[in-house]
Ligand binder design. Structure first.
Ligand code: PLP
Length: 451
């Protein structure tokens, strides 16, 4: 029988080129057509329930179809859907900036709106270059970034990224980046433990700053969690030391909090763990609760002032996106902040995080192919390795993570892996029952694939 689901799948495969996918895989694993979302759950057209334990690529913060966010967007929809953002503004954009300015690390108070994370990174890079150009340092033309970084997919953002899977093939057209060996706590080259080390790996950055600091505009980093690299977590001390280096060499610190912001690490922003203020912070994903594509590059008055001059001096930041400051997205973003405040979401998520991490450790720590379990906030990642002692990884061609993913889908859990790292990064509102269920399913599936 040809069901509605079959028909939709057929048409999907006829037309859609899905992101980050080898489309040939879809011959075997068909796209799941989702008709409805509610809380942490998604419901497919063929009436299966899936727990969205990856927050739909880390953006869904407070559950699907959250009543308060939905109502805020509905209201905005009947008032003003969009307006040009040059020379014009609107109440929700202003409200959002004022609210965020009170929550962000000190000094971040000028808001540049873009419409996705990658383009916020691009804006930050251009802003940093132009700042130095206009303040007597035109020799500063290069960018620094860490190994295993991920900052998005557009050419500039991809250039600062250091995950070969995404960028290798495009190298001939990418910017020439100064790549710094970043923290790697599971395979620490100094044999230290990140819970009590002094971030000795800052040495690699020190050397690069010495050599190239004078010609560098900025270093772009993901504070505390290199998410796309497999939820690699490092010490806040590294951030403190990097902040000092940046000051010493007049290099901007661009904190990409697109994945780490909004309570994902247990605090509002990952930078808060180190108590540092970056020169530019990029936000997206949780910013709108996962409702709308919007992003921000937030910066300081100091940077802003280097662009502030009579028009004839040509110092303006001539950067724009058609959908800059979209009112629907701003309405969602304002309501997200209201909910975080009214419902104490981040504090409560911290209690849940302790529980989640405990049950994951209990289940997985003795399993012979589990090399590392790392966690921060509600993010928990399990790195599967061929050999626990040597930490030798599984051959990526075996697609261990992908097999586990397919298995978990049968039980209605979305465990989309990062290589051989399976991870949980659920909406902050997840409850115990669901944490228990996804942990059990993950264990069952890891065992089935590896044992
Ligand atoms: C997702 C992500 C981006 C890119 O954002 P898009 O909206 O997908 O362009 C950049 N940096 C980090 C850390 C991310 O997780």
């Amino acid at each position: 029988m040809h069901t509605l689901n079959d028909e939709l799948i057929e048409k999907d495969l006829k037309y859609v080129w899905h992101p980050c996918s080898q489309m040939k895989d879809y011959e075997e694993l068909k796209p799941i057509i989702v008709k409805k979302g509610e809380g942490v759950n998604l419901y497919s057209v063929d009436d299966k329930k899936y727990i969205d334990v990856v927050s739909s690529w880390w953006c869904n913060l407070l559950g699907h179809c959250n009543k308060r966010i939905s109502n805020a967007v509905k209201q905005q929809l009947d008032t003003l859907e969009h307006v040009i953002f040059a020379n014009f503004s609107h109440p929700k954009a202003i409200e959002l900036c004022e609210k965020l300015a009170n929550l962000l690390p000190v000094g971040l108070e000028k808001f540049c709106f873009t419409d996705n994370g990658s383009s916020a990174i691009e804006a930050a890079m251009k802003m940093s270059f132009q700042y130095h150009y206009q303040t007597g340092n035109p020799q500063k033309t290069r960018f620094m970034a860490l190994s295993d970084a991920y900052h998005g997919e557009t050419i500039g953002a991809l250039s600062v990224g250091g995950v070969d899977l995404y960028s290798e093939i495009y190298k001939p057209v990418l910017l020439d980046i100064i790549r710094i060996q970043g923290p790697d706590c599971y395979r620490c080259p100094f044999g230290l433990n990140c819970k009590n080390c002094e971030a000795q790996c800052i040495n690699f950055a020190q050397e690069s700053f010495k050599k190239w600091g004078n010609e560098s505009c900025a270093i772009v980093i993901e504070p505390l969690v290199q998410a796309a690299a497999g939820m690699k977590i490092y010490s806040p001390k590294y951030l403190n030391k990097l902040r000092k280096l940046c000051d010493e060499y007049n290099v901007h610190l661009i904190a990409d909090e697109i994945a780490t912001g909004y309570g994902r690490t247990g605090k509002m922003f990952a930078c808060d763990h180190a108590g540092i203020s970056p020169d530019i912070m990029c936000l997206s994903k949780g910013l709108t609760g996962g409702y709308m594509p919007m992003a921000l590059a937030v910066t300081t008055k100091k940077i802003f002032n280097a662009f502030y001059a009579p028009y004839s001096e040509g110092k303006a930041f001539m950067h724009s996106h058609t959908y800059s400051g979209n009112p629907l997205a701003c309405a969602a973003a304002c309501e997200v902040l209201n909910i975080l405040r009214d419902e104490n979401i981040i504090e409560k998520a911290q209690e849940k995080a302790i529980y989640f991490n405990k049950i994951i450790n209990e289940k997985f720590s003795n399993f012979k192919f589990v090399g590392d379990i790392r966690s921060i906030g509600l993010i928990n990642a399990i790195e599967l390795v061929k050999n626990k002692n040597s930490k030798e990884p599984f051959d990526s061609k075996l697609r261990i993570g992908y097999q586990i993913y397919k298995e978990a889908l049968k039980y209605g859990v979305i465990l989309r892996p990062l290589g051989n790292v399976i991870y949980f990064n659920p909406p902050l509102i997840i409850e115990k029952d669901d944490m228990n269920y996804v942990t059990d399913v993950a264990y069952k599936c890891v065992k089935k694939v590896l044992d």
